[in-house]
Design a protein around this ligand. Structure first.
Ligand SMILES: [Zn+2]
Length: 300
């Protein structure tokens, strides 16, 4: 009866904070802080069929009961409020809203490299033009927040949703991820290069440069501390891309190997997984010949 109630529109117009992904949130559900108890962390879930339930106090029911509690109003008033947010084309509207949700590049980022960028990439055996064609990379110019960085857009289904930048001066922090609030999807909830999976096996590495070295069917966590969201993302990739096997190839140093084992343990519940060990360095150090052999070995 209330299934076309536009939950998000209602919450947005009433400035009620909500989550549609992350901790405590089932896919397709929208979570808010429960109005029935002293919940401060989005434990009250609203289902796609507009039923709600709270993980803490156990209150459940239909959307009308929830609205009545939020608004502190009568059943009759709750009904009127609900009707205001029922729209037959609410699904269509949501789709359109998503499409207009375009990623906006911050100032100071260009498609054209400066000589310093070219030199940096060439020293690492990368060819700027190839990277532009394949990964649509960009460059932080000599000013602004992202000055002197090489920038990899993070693509999801063909659209830029965020980016990862790498300092080329060695003077600042190495990693310059897009802030979550400027991203369409948080870079902490994704892996890099998932758009370039065309086989049923992938290698997961840590760095964007490792991906650039290895190529298709190779994804990067982009971090020293991957998140639960990333584990979930990889799990879903496994389903959506029909992955038969996942290889993990992190840097050879001790801490990275510990992270590899940890990631392996968490993913092994969902998918066939194996750790590949390097004798030294990181995957980006591999030669062309070594990459060729590796790809042949793991059949990617
Ligand atoms: Zn509650």
């Amino acid at each position: 009866m209330y299934s076309s109630f536009d939950t998000i529109k209602y919450l947005e117009e009433n400035n009620i904070d909500f989550r549609d992904q992350g901790k405590n949130v089932t896919q397709g559900w929208i979570n808010i802080a429960c109005p029935f108890c002293l919940d401060s962390s989005y434990h009250c879930g609203i289902s796609p069929t507009k039923l709600f339930s709270c993980w803490i106090c156990g209150k459940k029911g239909n959307i009308k009961k929830l609205i009545k509690e939020i608004e502190n109003c009568s059943w009759y008033q709750a009904e009127i409020i609900i009707n205001k947010f029922i729209s037959e084309d609410s699904i269509q509207e949501k789709k359109e809203r998503k499409n207009t949700n375009k990623f906006i590049w911050p100032d100071g980022i260009s498609k054209e490299p400066m000589n310093i960028h070219k030199k940096y990439l060439k020293e690492r055996r990368f060819i700027p033009l190839e990277l532009t064609d394949w990964y649509q990379i960009r460059y932080g110019m000599n000013w602004g927040t992202y000055r002197y960085t090489v920038i990899a857009p993070i693509l999801l289904n063909g659209h830029t949703v965020s980016f990862y930048g790498r300092d080329i001066t060695g003077k600042r922090g190495k990693h310059w991820k897009a802030p979550v609030e400027k991203s369409i999807v948080s870079p902490n909830a994704l892996v890099y290069n998932s758009d370039h999976i065309i086989k049923d096996k992938i290698i997961i590495v840590e760095g964007v440069f490792d991906v650039w070295r290895i190529g298709n069917n190779c994804c990067a966590t982009m971090t020293d501390a991957y998140s639960i969201e990333q584990i979930n993302f990889i799990r879903k990739l496994g389903i959506n891309k029909n992955l038969k096997k996942v290889f993990i190839m992190f840097d050879s140093e001790v801490q990275a190997q510990k992270r590899a084992i940890n990631l392996c343990n968490q993913l092994s519940v969902f998918i066939d997984i194996e750790i590949l060990k390097l004798d030294s360095g990181d995957p980006a150090d591999l030669s062309k010949k070594e990459v060729k052999l590796l790809r042949k070995d793991v059949k990617i």
